[in-house]
Design a protein around this ligand. Sequence first.
Ligand code: PDD
Length: 281
Amino acid sequence: MDSKTVYLNGRYLPLHDAKISVLDRGFLFGDGIYEVIPAYSGLLFHFEEHMERLENSLSSIRLTNPHSRAQWLEILEPLLDKNLDQYIYLQITRGAADKRDHAFPENIAPTVFAMCSNIAPVAGLESGVKAISVDDSRWELCNVKATTLLANILLRQQAVEKGCAEAILVKDGYVTEGAASNIFAVIDGILITPPQGSEILPGITRNVILDIARQNNIPYSEDIISLDALQTASEIWLTSSTREIVPVVQLDNEPIANGKPGPIWKAMNQLFQAYKQSHHE
Ligand code: PDD
């Protein structure tokens, strides 16, 4: 299907014809949730896990899932191109009521939107990227993939304005995640990532990396990381569905180790690429 074709409330239509009401609660309140699902050669990557997180996000905001997993697959598959590496962006809002009111309206249909984009190569992947650390100013339900992303975008923008690829968020002296990514560090030879909980998004890429580490005897732990400890790490990585595994070589203007992507990143990235390949063979 043409990459400019999108799905909106039961119809496939050109992107520019896809319109929602100004009373949509997604527009007025950010009252919605979303998912980002990569697709390699037309096959959705870890679809079931993305659906499980979608279901958790929906139930956290007390919204009924409008579709079964099989129906979601039927909706999303026509958007994909089997010759490309892409990702689906899918969003569900509480819908449009006939007036603006904070409390949930009764009997309105949710707005369901999905589009597909090509995955762009990450700039500077081979040489690594820079990051800054900033106070995590977000709310207390960071495990919910909510469209309400004002804090995240303000944090990411601070990073961009300092020539950095990502803002690493710090809460009470401990690292949580990136503005739009999970974080891993190699400290004393052990791969560490903060534990799941309401302070981070349970990243699907994060889980795949932990599985790969387990299967390949790479020592790892899910543990808290203080900012002080992060500054002494030999490697730092940021992970997400759209950027995969990105090595950070500079934090707050200081080099990480020798300022080059580390050996464990190289090994993990190769394993991850091979895993992706085997996933769609
Ligand atoms: N974001 N943490 C946050 C805050 C994120 O926004 C994301 C991804 C992740 C990584 O999750 P996953 O591995 O499942 O992509 C962690 C997506 C890509 C986005 O908002 O565009």
